[in-house]
Design a protein around this ligand. Structure first.
Ligand code: A2P
Length: 354
């Protein structure tokens, strides 16, 4: 009985302290910040107050929310007074600097950066996949890397039915993952290219118009893997609860504005037919099958952009593994939604007092 009471008390204390929380968005003017605002509004999140925070550069600007204009304030240590929920999306440095101040003020932090994702007391959560991990946290919850979030929505239903023993992933990642300025660079450089003008990249390291290149995250010279790839490996394992899962990955930046694609080959511990895999994916939350061989129609960024659902298709036997234990898929999800803002808001919804 005592254990049960303790459990109830601690579970409650890990939820938001009020059914109508005061919410702060850190990085409100960024590519993800703007989507956070729209997700909160579109999903009727029951907030009592909204505080928009960004750098001094944006102080005084306003952003629209629910038919009103809300002023952006400069982020500071005192920004979290009276805040119950703080959604951080201004990069790891800002999260490391200010997340503790938000927790000290009594807020729960949902952090979109990589700052705390591998900390043992910080759950790394995709609600459809491992929402139960929210039962235990110390004030900070990490929102995963966009590729890991999108991939695990498609992999979890398969992994639950047939444990995955090996993964290979090749990504086709959009500009939005590098922020609003990178999206602008894609637009501007494409327009310049079409006018026949030269364009000097400012945000990304290589020409972006009609080009693609290895992901711009820092390269580990010894392993030959870049920081994005290392995040995808570590976070996919953590979200799926498969610490030792062998994962091979190649991350590529492609000239698409806001949806990431990924070709995935999953090897299971037993033979799995494409029909079985398709059945498991067809009924899974957060997923939509787009798998029309007759029409040669499969997931595309143009269709995934602006959609909450992750699209999955090209479900077939991997002919590179004659054992029949490997399935190939193509998955596309909106990087700003399921890969960032939507997942963060879904985490916040799961923390609401019911
Ligand atoms: P600002 O627009 O004032 O620079 P993105 O990922 O699209 O590049 O967005 C980054 C977000 O992080 C923006 O909202 C940006 O605000 C915010 N940001 C960057 N540096 C700081 C800082 N020093 N303090 C507060 N917010 C910051």
């Amino acid at each position: 009985m005592l254990t049960k009471l303790d459990d109830t008390a601690s579970t409650l204390s890990r939820r938001l302290r009020t059914p109508t929380p005061a919410v702060a968005i850190v990085g409100a003017t960024g590519a993800v910040g703007v989507e956070l605002l729209q997700c909160l509004e579109r999903r009727n999140f029951p907030l009592s107050r909204l505080r928009l925070l960004a750098s001094a550069r944006s102080a005084g600007r306003t952003l629209p929310f629910a038919g009103r204009e809300i002023a952006v304030e400069e982020l500071g240590e005192a920004s979290f007074e009276g805040i119950d929920l703080a959604l951080f999306s201004a990069g790891s440095g800002i999260s490391r600097q200010y997340a503790d101040a938000a927790v000290r003020a009594g807020a729960i932090v949902v952090d979109n950066s990589s700052a705390f994702r591998m900390h043992a007391d910080v759950p790394l959560v995709v609600p459809e996949v491992n929402g139960a991990a929210l039962a235990s946290h110390s004030g900070i919850i990490a929102n995963p890397n966009c590729v890991a979030a999108i991939a695990t929505v498609a992999l979890a239903p398969l992994h639950r039915a047939h444990p995955i023993r090996r993964l290979n992933i090749a990504t086709y990642q959009s500009a939005s993952g590098a922020g609003a300025a990178a999206m602008e660079e894609l637009r501007e450089s494409t327009a310049a290219y079409l006018r026949g003008e030269s364009y000097r990249p400012r945000i990304l390291p290589h020409p972006y118009a009609f080009n693609f290149f290895s992901h711009n995250a820092e390269m580990d010279q010894e392993s030959g893997y870049n920081g994005e790839e290392l995040k995808v490996i570590a976070e996919t394992r953590r979200i799926l609860g498969a610490d030792e899962l062998p994962v091979g990955v190649t991350c590529i930046r492609v000239p698409v504005l806001r949806a990431h694609g990924m070709a995935i080959t999953a090897t299971f511990d037993e033979a799995v037919t494409p029909e079985k895999a398709r059945g498991l994916l067809a009924d899974a939350p957060g997923l939509k099958l787009v798998d029309d061989r007759g029409a040669n129609r499969f997931p595309m960024p143009s269709e995934a952009s602006g959609q909450d659902d992750v699209l999955v298709g090209r479900i077939r036997k991997d002919l590179g593994d004659p054992s029949g234990r490997s399935i190939a898929l193509f998955v596309v999800g909106d990087q700003l939604l399921k890969g960032a803002a939507l997942n963060a808001v879904q985490i916040a919804e799961a923390l609401l007092v019911r």
